[in-house]
Design a protein. Structure first.
Length: 134
């Protein structure tokens, strides 16, 4: 298997083909904690946390996103399913409605993240971003 060419983006980054926007995934606990102290917008299927990065903070991509589900969401299968759904709504909505220079964290909710219709989750994320960026 061939390795990706050098400089093809940081590990954990993914590109959204329709817009060409790159999103990178938060992996450091400190980034999650900073987002938790910033703005938040609860929605039926998830909690959205967002913060504007300081100008001196260097990021590989303009928009960074993190996903988390606690054990309250369920066993490993339920948590992974919820995170997969959160990743897909982020991939669909953030390149259009997200703002460069911001970090976002989507927190899954017990039962709701996995059970709500996918279109409703996407609409809720767009609505939550609109409320946060007023």
């Amino acid at each position: 298997m061939d390795a990706p060419p050098p400089g093809d983006g940081p590990s954990g980054a993914f590109s959204v083909p329709e817009t060409g926007t790159k999103l990178s995934v938060l992996t450091q606990r400190a980034d999650f904690l900073r987002a938790a102290r910033a703005r938040r917008q609860p929605m039926p299927g998830f909690l959205l946390q967002a913060r504007l990065r300081a100008p001196e903070e260097v990021a590989a991509t303009p928009i960074r996103i993190g996903f988390t589900c606690s054990k309250k969401v369920g066993n490993a299968v339920a948590r992974n399913r919820a995170k997969r759904r959160l990743r897909e709504i982020a991939r669909a909505v953030l390149p259009v409605a997200g703002r460069p220079g911001w970090d976002y964290v989507l927190v899954g909710r017990q039962g709701e993240t996995a059970d709500l219709p996918f279109d409703q989750l996407k609409a809720d994320l767009a609505q939550a971003l609109g409320k946060l960026h007023r």
